[in-house]
Ligand binder design. Structure first.
Ligand code: FES
Length: 120
């Protein structure tokens, strides 16, 4: 195969303290990372990231809010999306892309699956 999918990590914050200051628990925000626009949510279980564009009609999920049940709520039509699976909780078929977030000693990182060419 000439290409493979690889998880590339991007630093969002220099420390967990900085992340906690910028995105308080119970809140969401929009961030530009690499070539993507993400919605970062801070829940009681930690940080979760999904694509910022709502799969229903394109609203910015980062302008919504998150729930204690681990959903992000779209500000336009109030659809709830599970932050772990990306699936709409209302039973609709809409799914938002999710990204792994890791809190490490040297910062908070997000992983994007990217295609890399493999020559040998
Ligand atoms: S645009 Fe998000 S629920 Fe409709």
């Amino acid at each position: 195969m000439l290409f493979e999918k690889k998880l590339n990590w991007y630093k969002l914050f220099d420390s967990s303290e900085a992340a906690n200051m910028m995105v308080k628990e119970g809140h969401v925000t929009t961030m530009n990372v690499g070539k993507k626009k993400i919605c970062l949510a801070h829940t009681a279980e930690g940080f979760f990231a999904v694509n910022d564009k709502c799969p229903h009609n394109g609203a910015s999920l980062g302008n919504g809010y998150c729930t204690a049940e681990g959903s992000v709520v779209c500000p336009l039509h109030r659809y709830h999306f599970d932050l772990k699976t990306g699936r709409a909780k209302s039973g609709l078929g809409d799914v938002v892309e999710t990204y792994p977030v890791e809190v490490r000693e040297d910062g908070v990182f997000i992983g994007f699956k990217e295609t890399v060419w493999k020559l040998f």
